[in-house]
Write a protein that binds this ligand. Structure first.
Ligand SMILES: *Cc1c(COP(=O)(O)O)cnc(C)c1O
Length: 466
């Protein structure tokens, strides 16, 4: 497979794209073609579906490495890794049974194996992974990369805004190669700082002089996106009919994986992008105009409190015809990103907007509506949703889904146990009987990560790790 940057046509192979994270021109890597990978008979377990997704996109990675990655994933999940349950008329794909209780555990159990292979092929002494997080990426990345030889990881998380459990997950790891650093700023600040460091050739050269290669475990890394395609292929095989998908979205990675599953042949009708009141994505899909505005609200679905969603750039490239005419799509994507850098907003062409709206539906809900939805689902069918998943079921319901007899799959992205404060507030009582043992252990685990830095201090904190 050849990977192109969304902003130019410079090519990389799979392991290069994974090792680099971001393309040298600041664009994101996209596979140049999207092979068919869905067959109901070949995706009926998560294992087979992952084999199909990884094999289709990372076809130039040794099969032994891919198999190793899948084994690592299955070892971290229960025997039924991503249960599909029917609740309140919806088909809920529970993606949260991994080590940190969020869907990111799936991809972050696969990526470290691929990253280690990429580092070893490139002859890097050490890979330093820099990751900005609104909460769940950081904890899942720390769990995924803990004790992976040759890899060190630094996670930057907002000092306020994460849930208590998320914070504990990021401040108590004991592996020597993981570092959790709180920043006085929000997720967008952290993500912008990390992106800037990747684009800074002086810092990269300084790192290289010490044998350190900088990379990313955010969903800008194509090695994050592809394992997520696997569970949509699996859900498609389980459902066995055409379906809509509703995804609680922040950085647009998870829903983009569903889009790729569709491109690979899964019978997905519409993709529903669900936002909280930080509704930049929903407004983008409704209007074709990406405009974060200047209002940032901390909500009860903190992993979606994002106004600059990196993966939208991949969707723009696709909507601009990247799979048909990559050079033209890259030129247009670069133009829009330059416009964004200069003016803080951009507007899609009419044809790209039409393509986007053909596939995506959108909607947003407030924190109050989210809690009301949690109460409704519990009252109606005894199912306790986490607040992120509740955003998606509430938006699906607002849009009248499921409709026309077509099932609606909802990506359940976190366990409610990760957000006990919100559950307490929503239900007025503690409905979470017994937290998973790994969560209970956090309460008494010693805090090992105590660093807090200003946004301006991120560069220095990174340099200390060279
Ligand atoms: C990360 C996250 C999201 C948002 O996913 P994206 O891929 O960034 O759109 C939604 N819910 C939870 C619980 C998350 O951790």
């Amino acid at each position: 497979m050849e990977f192109l940057s969304t902003r130019s046509c410079g090519a990389a192979d799979s392991l290069d794209a994974i090792l680099r994270g971001l393309a040298p021109d600041g664009g994101l890597y996209v596979p140049a073609r999207v092979p068919a990978a869905f067959a109901a008979a070949g995706c009926e377990t998560l294992e087979k579906a992952e084999r199909s997704a990884l094999g289709a996109v990372f076809d130039d990675v040794a099969e032994a490495v891919r198999e190793d990655a899948i084994r690592n994933l299955l070892a971290k999940f229960p025997s039924e890794p991503v249960p599909l349950v029917h609740a309140g008329g919806l088909d809920v794909l529970e993606l949260f049974h991994g080590p940190t209780g969020a869907f990111k555990d799936v991809a972050l159990s696969v990526l470290p194996v691929l990253m280690a292979a990429a580092a070893s092929r490139a002859g890097c002494r050490r890979v330093l992974i820099l990751t900005a997080t609104s909460g769940d990426t950081g904890s899942a990345a720390m769990a995924g990369f803990a004790d992976v030889p040759g890899v060190e990881i630094a996670v930057f998380f907002p000092n306020t805004g994460t849930s208590r459990i998320q914070r504990l997950q990021m401040t108590t790891p004991s592996a020597k190669n993981v570092h959790g650093i709180a920043i006085r700023g929000n997720f967008d600040d952290a993500q912008a700082a990390v992106k800037r460091i990747f684009a800074d050739s002086a810092i990269r050269a300084e790192a290289a002089a010490k044998g350190v290669w900088l990379s990313s475990a955010n969903s800008i890394n194509i090695g994050r996106l592809v394992p997520q395609i696997g569970y949509y292929l699996y859900a498609a095989a389980k459902l066995g009919v055409e379906f809509d998908v509703a995804v609680p979205s922040g950085n647009f990675g998870n829903i983009l994986a569903a889009k790729y599953a569709k491109l690979m042949g899964a019978p997905i009708r519409r993709l529903v992008c669900a936002s909280n009141v930080n509704d930049v994505l929903a407004r983008f899909i409704a209007t074709g105009i990406y405009d974060p505005g200047d209002k940032f609200t901390v909500t009860n679905s903190p992993s979606m409190d994002i106004r600059r969603s990196s993966n939208v750039e991949r969707e723009i490239w696709l909507a601009c015809g990247g799979l048909e005419d990559p050079a033209a799509a890259a030129a247009e994507t670069k133009r829009l990103m330059d416009e964004f850098a200069a003016t803080g907003r951009y507007a899609l062409s009419l044809s790209a907007k039409a393509r986007l709206q053909e596939e995506f539906l959108c909607g947003s809900v407030t924190p109050e509506e989210t809690e009301a939805e949690m109460r409704r689902m519990r009252a109606e069918c005894g199912y306790v949703l986490d607040p992120h998943t509740a955003v998606a079921t509430a938006v699906a319901r607002k849009l009248g889904l499921p409709k026309d007899g077509v099932p609606c799959l909802v990506a359940a992205t976190a366990t409610p146990y990760k957000f006990p404060e919100t559950c307490q507030r929503a239900f007025g009582e503690n409905v979470l009987a017994s937290p998973p043992p790994s969560f209970a252990a956090l309460e008494t685990a010693p805090v090992t990560q105590t660093k807090v830095v200003d946004v301006d201090g991120i560069d220095a904190a990174v340099r200390e790790l060279f």
